[in-house]
Design a protein around this ligand. Structure first.
Ligand code: SF4
Length: 431
Protein backbone atom coordinates (compact mmCIF):
# COMPACT_ATOMS: atom_id res chain seq x y z
CA UNK A 1 0.00 0.00 0.00
CA UNK A 2 1.22 3.53 -0.79
CA UNK A 3 2.14 5.90 2.05
CA UNK A 4 -1.20 7.63 1.50
CA UNK A 5 -2.96 4.26 1.61
CA UNK A 6 -1.27 3.42 4.92
CA UNK A 7 -2.38 6.80 6.32
CA UNK A 8 -5.95 6.06 5.31
CA UNK A 9 -5.94 3.02 7.56
CA UNK A 10 -5.94 5.11 10.72
CA UNK A 11 -9.03 6.82 9.34
CA UNK A 12 -10.69 3.41 9.10
CA UNK A 13 -10.21 2.99 5.37
CA UNK A 14 -8.91 -0.02 3.45
CA UNK A 15 -8.36 -0.42 -0.24
CA UNK A 16 -10.92 -2.72 -1.72
CA UNK A 17 -10.14 -5.68 -3.93
CA UNK A 18 -11.54 -3.72 -6.89
CA UNK A 19 -8.92 -1.19 -8.01
CA UNK A 20 -9.90 2.42 -7.30
CA UNK A 21 -12.45 1.59 -4.60
CA UNK A 22 -12.22 1.89 -0.84
CA UNK A 23 -14.03 0.60 2.24
CA UNK A 24 -14.83 2.92 5.15
CA UNK A 25 -15.31 1.25 8.56
CA UNK A 26 -17.23 3.12 11.26
CA UNK A 27 -16.65 2.44 14.97
CA UNK A 28 -19.80 1.92 17.05
CA UNK A 29 -19.05 1.54 20.79
CA UNK A 30 -20.50 -1.82 21.93
CA UNK A 31 -22.25 -1.98 18.54
CA UNK A 32 -24.81 0.66 19.58
CA UNK A 33 -25.93 3.27 17.07
CA UNK A 34 -28.76 5.80 17.08
CA UNK A 35 -31.45 5.73 14.41
CA UNK A 36 -30.27 9.15 13.18
CA UNK A 37 -26.69 7.91 12.83
CA UNK A 38 -27.85 4.77 11.01
CA UNK A 39 -29.75 6.96 8.54
CA UNK A 40 -26.63 9.12 8.08
CA UNK A 41 -24.57 5.99 7.27
CA UNK A 42 -27.28 4.86 4.89
CA UNK A 43 -27.28 8.27 3.16
CA UNK A 44 -23.47 8.25 2.77
CA UNK A 45 -23.63 4.81 1.19
CA UNK A 46 -26.30 5.92 -1.29
CA UNK A 47 -24.49 9.16 -2.16
CA UNK A 48 -20.92 7.91 -2.37
CA UNK A 49 -21.05 4.09 -2.45
CA UNK A 50 -23.34 1.55 -4.05
CA UNK A 51 -26.10 1.71 -1.47
CA UNK A 52 -25.04 -1.22 0.70
CA UNK A 53 -23.82 -1.47 4.28
CA UNK A 54 -21.87 -4.35 5.84
CA UNK A 55 -22.20 -5.29 9.54
CA UNK A 56 -19.09 -6.76 11.14
CA UNK A 57 -18.70 -9.31 13.93
CA UNK A 58 -17.10 -6.54 16.00
CA UNK A 59 -20.23 -4.40 15.89
CA UNK A 60 -18.98 -1.91 13.29
CA UNK A 61 -20.56 -0.83 10.02
CA UNK A 62 -18.67 -0.68 6.73
CA UNK A 63 -19.43 1.20 3.53
CA UNK A 64 -17.85 -0.27 0.40
CA UNK A 65 -17.37 1.07 -3.12
CA UNK A 66 -16.13 4.54 -2.17
CA UNK A 67 -13.92 6.55 -4.54
CA UNK A 68 -10.72 8.14 -3.26
CA UNK A 69 -11.79 11.68 -4.14
CA UNK A 70 -14.95 11.29 -2.03
CA UNK A 71 -13.19 10.08 1.15
CA UNK A 72 -12.80 13.56 2.74
CA UNK A 73 -16.49 14.34 2.23
CA UNK A 74 -17.47 10.90 3.53
CA UNK A 75 -15.51 11.68 6.70
CA UNK A 76 -17.24 15.06 7.05
CA UNK A 77 -20.68 13.52 6.64
CA UNK A 78 -19.91 10.93 9.32
CA UNK A 79 -18.52 13.55 11.71
CA UNK A 80 -21.70 15.61 11.23
CA UNK A 81 -23.61 12.62 12.57
CA UNK A 82 -21.26 12.30 15.57
CA UNK A 83 -19.56 9.19 14.18
CA UNK A 84 -15.87 8.42 14.12
CA UNK A 85 -13.75 6.02 12.15
CA UNK A 86 -10.43 7.05 13.62
CA UNK A 87 -8.48 3.91 14.50
CA UNK A 88 -11.05 1.58 12.94
CA UNK A 89 -8.25 0.03 10.82
CA UNK A 90 -4.45 0.00 11.06
CA UNK A 91 -2.22 0.08 14.15
CA UNK A 92 -4.65 1.59 16.65
CA UNK A 93 -7.17 0.75 19.34
CA UNK A 94 -10.02 -0.61 17.28
CA UNK A 95 -13.75 -0.35 17.91
CA UNK A 96 -14.73 -1.39 21.44
CA UNK A 97 -16.91 -4.46 21.07
CA UNK A 98 -19.47 -6.22 23.21
CA UNK A 99 -21.11 -9.58 22.56
CA UNK A 100 -23.40 -9.29 25.60
CA UNK A 101 -26.00 -6.81 24.36
CA UNK A 102 -28.82 -9.00 25.68
CA UNK A 103 -27.37 -9.19 29.22
CA UNK A 104 -28.92 -7.41 32.20
CA UNK A 105 -25.63 -5.62 32.83
CA UNK A 106 -25.34 -4.32 29.27
CA UNK A 107 -25.95 -0.62 30.08
CA UNK A 108 -22.92 -0.73 32.42
CA UNK A 109 -20.82 -2.32 29.66
CA UNK A 110 -22.06 0.16 27.05
CA UNK A 111 -21.12 3.06 29.33
CA UNK A 112 -17.57 1.73 29.77
CA UNK A 113 -17.33 1.02 26.03
CA UNK A 114 -18.15 4.68 25.34
CA UNK A 115 -15.51 5.87 27.84
CA UNK A 116 -12.84 3.63 26.32
CA UNK A 117 -13.88 4.63 22.79
CA UNK A 118 -13.63 8.33 23.68
CA UNK A 119 -10.30 7.90 25.51
CA UNK A 120 -8.45 5.88 22.88
CA UNK A 121 -10.00 6.89 19.52
CA UNK A 122 -7.83 9.47 17.81
CA UNK A 123 -5.47 9.74 20.80
CA UNK A 124 -2.02 10.08 19.19
CA UNK A 125 -0.38 8.40 22.20
CA UNK A 126 -2.09 5.19 21.17
CA UNK A 127 -1.82 5.33 17.39
CA UNK A 128 0.88 3.93 15.07
CA UNK A 129 0.99 0.78 17.16
CA UNK A 130 2.79 -2.31 15.78
CA UNK A 131 -0.60 -3.67 14.70
CA UNK A 132 -4.25 -3.57 15.69
CA UNK A 133 -5.26 -3.57 19.35
CA UNK A 134 -8.67 -4.97 20.19
CA UNK A 135 -10.69 -4.40 23.34
CA UNK A 136 -13.90 -6.29 24.07
CA UNK A 137 -16.32 -6.20 27.00
CA UNK A 138 -18.49 -9.12 28.05
CA UNK A 139 -21.01 -9.89 30.77
CA UNK A 140 -19.65 -13.44 31.16
CA UNK A 141 -17.21 -15.92 29.65
CA UNK A 142 -19.80 -18.17 27.96
CA UNK A 143 -19.27 -17.11 24.33
CA UNK A 144 -15.47 -17.08 24.69
CA UNK A 145 -15.19 -13.63 23.09
CA UNK A 146 -12.91 -12.41 25.91
CA UNK A 147 -10.37 -14.97 24.68
CA UNK A 148 -9.80 -13.31 21.29
CA UNK A 149 -9.10 -9.75 22.45
CA UNK A 150 -5.85 -7.98 23.21
CA UNK A 151 -7.77 -6.87 26.30
CA UNK A 152 -10.98 -8.71 27.21
CA UNK A 153 -12.95 -7.23 30.13
CA UNK A 154 -15.46 -9.55 31.78
CA UNK A 155 -17.94 -8.07 34.25
CA UNK A 156 -17.06 -9.61 37.64
CA UNK A 157 -19.55 -7.73 39.81
CA UNK A 158 -21.19 -4.48 40.74
CA UNK A 159 -20.29 -3.20 44.21
CA UNK A 160 -21.97 -0.05 45.48
CA UNK A 161 -22.77 0.90 41.90
CA UNK A 162 -19.15 0.44 40.75
CA UNK A 163 -18.41 -2.24 38.18
CA UNK A 164 -15.47 -4.62 38.58
CA UNK A 165 -13.88 -6.57 35.75
CA UNK A 166 -11.68 -9.60 35.22
CA UNK A 167 -8.99 -8.55 32.74
CA UNK A 168 -7.88 -11.07 30.11
CA UNK A 169 -5.02 -10.15 27.80
CA UNK A 170 -2.97 -11.20 24.76
CA UNK A 171 -5.60 -13.18 22.84
CA UNK A 172 -6.16 -13.06 19.11
CA UNK A 173 -7.13 -15.08 16.06
CA UNK A 174 -5.52 -14.70 12.62
CA UNK A 175 -2.96 -17.19 11.36
CA UNK A 176 -1.85 -18.11 14.88
CA UNK A 177 -4.96 -18.22 17.08
CA UNK A 178 -4.17 -17.86 20.74
CA UNK A 179 -6.47 -17.65 23.76
CA UNK A 180 -6.05 -14.74 26.16
CA UNK A 181 -4.83 -15.37 29.72
CA UNK A 182 -6.26 -13.96 32.94
CA UNK A 183 -4.12 -10.94 33.83
CA UNK A 184 -6.03 -9.57 36.82
CA UNK A 185 -9.25 -10.34 38.68
CA UNK A 186 -11.94 -8.07 40.04
CA UNK A 187 -10.41 -4.79 38.87
CA UNK A 188 -12.43 -1.67 39.77
CA UNK A 189 -13.70 0.29 36.76
CA UNK A 190 -11.59 3.35 37.66
CA UNK A 191 -8.46 1.15 37.31
CA UNK A 192 -9.35 -0.02 33.78
CA UNK A 193 -8.01 2.95 31.80
CA UNK A 194 -4.63 3.04 33.65
CA UNK A 195 -4.34 -0.74 33.19
CA UNK A 196 -5.10 -0.63 29.46
CA UNK A 197 -2.72 2.32 28.99
CA UNK A 198 0.09 0.35 30.67
CA UNK A 199 -0.59 -2.68 28.47
CA UNK A 200 -0.54 -0.46 25.37
CA UNK A 201 2.76 1.16 26.39
CA UNK A 202 4.44 -2.22 26.89
CA UNK A 203 3.01 -3.41 23.58
CA UNK A 204 4.22 -0.33 21.66
CA UNK A 205 7.68 -0.48 23.25
CA UNK A 206 8.42 -4.18 22.79
CA UNK A 207 6.46 -5.67 19.87
CA UNK A 208 7.97 -5.41 16.38
CA UNK A 209 5.51 -4.55 13.57
CA UNK A 210 3.30 -6.30 12.55
CA UNK A 211 3.05 -8.39 15.71
CA UNK A 212 0.19 -8.29 18.18
CA UNK A 213 0.33 -8.42 21.96
CA UNK A 214 0.10 -12.23 21.89
CA UNK A 215 3.60 -12.24 20.36
CA UNK A 216 4.94 -10.68 23.59
CA UNK A 217 3.11 -13.25 25.71
CA UNK A 218 4.94 -15.94 23.75
CA UNK A 219 8.31 -14.18 23.70
CA UNK A 220 8.41 -13.17 27.37
CA UNK A 221 5.97 -15.63 28.97
CA UNK A 222 2.95 -14.53 31.00
CA UNK A 223 4.91 -13.76 34.19
CA UNK A 224 7.45 -11.44 32.54
CA UNK A 225 4.77 -9.68 30.48
CA UNK A 226 2.78 -9.11 33.68
CA UNK A 227 5.91 -7.73 35.38
CA UNK A 228 6.55 -5.28 32.53
CA UNK A 229 2.95 -4.03 32.59
CA UNK A 230 2.91 -3.63 36.37
CA UNK A 231 6.19 -1.68 36.21
CA UNK A 232 4.68 0.97 33.91
CA UNK A 233 4.09 4.29 35.68
CA UNK A 234 0.63 4.58 34.14
CA UNK A 235 -0.35 1.27 35.73
CA UNK A 236 -0.08 2.81 39.20
CA UNK A 237 -1.61 6.15 38.25
CA UNK A 238 -4.61 7.15 40.33
CA UNK A 239 -7.28 8.75 38.22
CA UNK A 240 -10.48 10.18 39.69
CA UNK A 241 -13.56 8.00 39.53
CA UNK A 242 -15.87 9.02 36.71
CA UNK A 243 -18.81 11.08 37.87
CA UNK A 244 -21.82 12.41 36.03
CA UNK A 245 -24.81 10.92 34.35
CA UNK A 246 -24.64 7.53 32.72
CA UNK A 247 -23.89 7.47 29.00
CA UNK A 248 -25.63 4.34 27.79
CA UNK A 249 -28.26 4.59 25.04
CA UNK A 250 -29.77 1.15 25.61
CA UNK A 251 -32.08 1.40 28.65
CA UNK A 252 -31.67 -0.62 31.82
CA UNK A 253 -33.97 -3.59 31.49
CA UNK A 254 -37.44 -3.09 32.84
CA UNK A 255 -38.96 -6.01 31.02
CA UNK A 256 -37.52 -4.95 27.67
CA UNK A 257 -37.55 -7.66 25.02
CA UNK A 258 -35.03 -8.34 22.32
CA UNK A 259 -36.01 -8.26 18.68
CA UNK A 260 -33.23 -9.57 16.43
CA UNK A 261 -33.41 -9.21 12.69
CA UNK A 262 -31.15 -11.74 10.93
CA UNK A 263 -29.05 -10.19 8.16
CA UNK A 264 -27.43 -12.72 5.82
CA UNK A 265 -23.65 -12.17 5.89
CA UNK A 266 -24.28 -8.82 7.60
CA UNK A 267 -25.04 -7.25 4.22
CA UNK A 268 -28.05 -4.99 3.83
CA UNK A 269 -29.10 -2.23 1.51
CA UNK A 270 -29.15 1.38 2.59
CA UNK A 271 -32.94 1.42 2.20
CA UNK A 272 -33.24 -1.57 4.51
CA UNK A 273 -31.03 0.12 7.11
CA UNK A 274 -33.14 3.30 6.93
CA UNK A 275 -36.34 1.29 7.34
CA UNK A 276 -34.90 -0.47 10.41
CA UNK A 277 -33.82 2.93 11.81
CA UNK A 278 -37.41 4.21 11.39
CA UNK A 279 -38.65 1.10 13.22
CA UNK A 280 -36.12 1.80 16.00
CA UNK A 281 -37.62 5.30 16.38
CA UNK A 282 -41.03 3.72 16.82
CA UNK A 283 -40.09 0.71 18.94
CA UNK A 284 -36.81 1.17 20.81
CA UNK A 285 -36.33 4.85 21.60
CA UNK A 286 -34.33 5.40 18.41
CA UNK A 287 -31.55 2.96 19.32
CA UNK A 288 -30.37 -0.11 17.42
CA UNK A 289 -27.47 -2.52 17.86
CA UNK A 290 -25.15 -4.37 15.51
CA UNK A 291 -24.76 -7.80 17.09
CA UNK A 292 -21.69 -10.04 17.21
CA UNK A 293 -23.47 -12.33 14.73
CA UNK A 294 -23.82 -9.49 12.18
CA UNK A 295 -27.54 -9.01 12.83
CA UNK A 296 -29.48 -5.97 14.04
CA UNK A 297 -31.19 -6.01 17.43
CA UNK A 298 -33.70 -3.65 19.03
CA UNK A 299 -34.70 -3.67 22.69
CA UNK A 300 -38.45 -3.13 22.60
CA UNK A 301 -40.86 -2.21 25.40
CA UNK A 302 -42.70 -4.99 27.31
CA UNK A 303 -46.04 -4.22 25.61
CA UNK A 304 -44.62 -4.77 22.10
CA UNK A 305 -45.00 -8.16 20.42
CA UNK A 306 -41.48 -8.78 19.04
CA UNK A 307 -42.56 -11.69 16.80
CA UNK A 308 -45.27 -9.58 15.12
CA UNK A 309 -42.89 -6.61 14.72
CA UNK A 310 -40.25 -8.91 13.23
CA UNK A 311 -42.70 -10.06 10.57
CA UNK A 312 -43.68 -6.43 9.86
CA UNK A 313 -40.00 -5.49 9.52
CA UNK A 314 -39.41 -8.43 7.24
CA UNK A 315 -42.32 -7.35 5.00
CA UNK A 316 -41.07 -3.76 5.00
CA UNK A 317 -37.45 -4.57 4.19
CA UNK A 318 -37.73 -7.80 2.22
CA UNK A 319 -35.18 -9.41 4.55
CA UNK A 320 -35.78 -13.14 4.44
CA UNK A 321 -36.40 -14.88 7.76
CA UNK A 322 -35.34 -18.52 7.66
CA UNK A 323 -36.83 -21.09 9.97
CA UNK A 324 -35.01 -22.27 11.94
CA UNK A 325 -32.66 -19.28 11.75
CA UNK A 326 -29.10 -20.52 11.25
CA UNK A 327 -26.42 -18.47 12.99
CA UNK A 328 -23.80 -18.08 10.27
CA UNK A 329 -21.20 -15.30 10.46
CA UNK A 330 -19.65 -14.51 7.08
CA UNK A 331 -16.90 -12.03 6.19
CA UNK A 332 -16.85 -10.16 2.84
CA UNK A 333 -14.20 -12.55 1.42
CA UNK A 334 -13.15 -12.10 -2.20
CA UNK A 335 -16.39 -10.25 -2.97
CA UNK A 336 -14.72 -7.06 -1.77
CA UNK A 337 -11.72 -7.83 0.48
CA UNK A 338 -8.20 -7.64 -0.93
CA UNK A 339 -7.18 -10.67 1.19
CA UNK A 340 -10.14 -12.88 0.32
CA UNK A 341 -9.49 -16.32 -1.19
CA UNK A 342 -13.14 -17.37 -1.48
CA UNK A 343 -16.44 -15.78 -2.50
CA UNK A 344 -17.76 -16.24 1.01
CA UNK A 345 -21.40 -15.19 0.52
CA UNK A 346 -21.72 -17.48 -2.48
CA UNK A 347 -20.02 -20.38 -0.68
CA UNK A 348 -22.18 -19.95 2.45
CA UNK A 349 -25.33 -19.55 0.33
CA UNK A 350 -24.68 -22.85 -1.42
CA UNK A 351 -23.64 -24.65 1.81
CA UNK A 352 -26.58 -23.60 3.97
CA UNK A 353 -29.25 -25.79 2.33
CA UNK A 354 -27.00 -28.81 2.99
CA UNK A 355 -26.57 -28.27 6.71
CA UNK A 356 -28.05 -31.22 8.61
CA UNK A 357 -30.91 -30.76 11.11
CA UNK A 358 -28.41 -31.23 13.95
CA UNK A 359 -26.12 -28.68 12.30
CA UNK A 360 -28.90 -26.07 12.15
CA UNK A 361 -28.84 -25.88 15.94
CA UNK A 362 -25.13 -24.99 15.90
CA UNK A 363 -23.40 -21.68 15.23
CA UNK A 364 -21.36 -21.36 12.02
CA UNK A 365 -18.74 -18.97 10.70
CA UNK A 366 -16.95 -18.67 7.38
CA UNK A 367 -13.83 -16.58 6.77
CA UNK A 368 -12.40 -15.82 3.34
CA UNK A 369 -8.81 -16.10 4.59
CA UNK A 370 -6.83 -17.05 7.67
CA UNK A 371 -7.32 -13.59 9.19
CA UNK A 372 -10.51 -15.06 10.62
CA UNK A 373 -12.64 -11.89 10.70
CA UNK A 374 -15.83 -13.95 11.13
CA UNK A 375 -14.27 -15.50 14.28
CA UNK A 376 -14.48 -19.14 13.10
CA UNK A 377 -12.66 -20.40 16.20
CA UNK A 378 -15.58 -19.17 18.34
CA UNK A 379 -18.31 -20.89 16.31
CA UNK A 380 -19.44 -24.46 16.90
CA UNK A 381 -18.27 -25.02 13.32
CA UNK A 382 -15.76 -22.63 11.78
CA UNK A 383 -14.70 -22.70 8.13
CA UNK A 384 -11.60 -20.91 6.86
CA UNK A 385 -10.48 -20.56 3.24
CA UNK A 386 -6.81 -21.17 3.94
CA UNK A 387 -5.23 -21.38 0.47
CA UNK A 388 -5.79 -21.47 -3.28
CA UNK A 389 -4.92 -24.57 -5.28
CA UNK A 390 -4.54 -24.69 -9.05
CA UNK A 391 -6.07 -27.60 -11.00
CA UNK A 392 -4.57 -29.12 -14.18
CA UNK A 393 -5.99 -26.29 -16.28
CA UNK A 394 -4.43 -23.70 -13.94
CA UNK A 395 -7.80 -22.68 -12.45
CA UNK A 396 -7.34 -21.67 -8.82
CA UNK A 397 -9.97 -22.71 -6.32
CA UNK A 398 -10.05 -22.26 -2.54
CA UNK A 399 -9.34 -25.00 -0.03
CA UNK A 400 -11.09 -24.94 3.31
CA UNK A 401 -10.13 -25.90 6.87
CA UNK A 402 -12.77 -26.77 9.47
CA UNK A 403 -12.61 -25.88 13.17
CA UNK A 404 -14.79 -27.37 15.92
CA UNK A 405 -15.34 -25.70 19.27
CA UNK A 406 -16.32 -28.26 21.87
CA UNK A 407 -15.20 -26.69 25.14
CA UNK A 408 -14.75 -23.22 26.59
CA UNK A 409 -11.53 -22.54 24.66
CA UNK A 410 -10.95 -21.79 20.98
CA UNK A 411 -12.12 -24.18 18.28
CA UNK A 412 -9.54 -26.67 17.02
CA UNK A 413 -8.83 -27.56 13.41
CA UNK A 414 -10.29 -30.97 12.56
CA UNK A 415 -10.05 -30.98 8.75
CA UNK A 416 -7.87 -29.12 6.28
CA UNK A 417 -7.52 -28.57 2.57
CA UNK A 418 -11.12 -29.52 1.64
CA UNK A 419 -12.66 -28.59 -1.69
CA UNK A 420 -16.09 -26.94 -1.66
CA UNK A 421 -17.59 -30.27 -2.75
CA UNK A 422 -15.93 -32.15 0.12
CA UNK A 423 -17.11 -29.42 2.47
CA UNK A 424 -20.72 -29.80 1.27
CA UNK A 425 -20.61 -33.56 1.79
CA UNK A 426 -19.26 -33.15 5.31
CA UNK A 427 -21.91 -30.61 6.30
CA UNK A 428 -24.70 -32.97 5.32
CA UNK A 429 -23.44 -35.39 7.93
CA UNK A 430 -22.47 -32.96 10.67
CA UNK A 431 -23.71 -33.90 14.12
S1 SF4 B 1 -11.14 -12.97 6.96
FE1 SF4 B 1 -9.76 -12.39 5.30
S2 SF4 B 1 -11.09 -12.25 3.52
FE2 SF4 B 1 -12.41 -12.15 5.30
S3 SF4 B 1 -12.66 -9.95 5.68
FE3 SF4 B 1 -10.99 -10.71 6.98
S4 SF4 B 1 -9.16 -10.26 5.80
FE4 SF4 B 1 -10.88 -10.18 4.36
Amino acid sequence: MSAAGAEYRLDGIYKQRQVGFYMQRIKLPAGVVSAGQARAISAVSIRFGQGTVHLTTRGSMEIHWLKEEDLPQVKRELVKAGLTSRGACGGAVRGITCGSQGALGFPVLETLARRLHRHFSGNPRFERLPKKFKIGLEADVVGGRHLIQDVGLVLAGLEGGEAHYDVWIAGGLGREPQAAFLFAEDVAEERIIPTVEAILKVYAAHAPPPKRLKFLANRFGEAKLRELIEAEASYREEIPAVSGLSEHLVPRSSGHQRLELPIFAGKLTSEQLSAIADAADRLSDGVLMVTADQNIALHVAPDVDPAAELIKLQQLTGIVLTSPAITFRICPGSHECLMGLAATREVAGSLMPHISDAGKKMSWALSGCANSCSQPQLADVGIVASRLTADNAGLKTPRFDIYRRQNSGLGQKIHEGLTELELTYLLQHFV
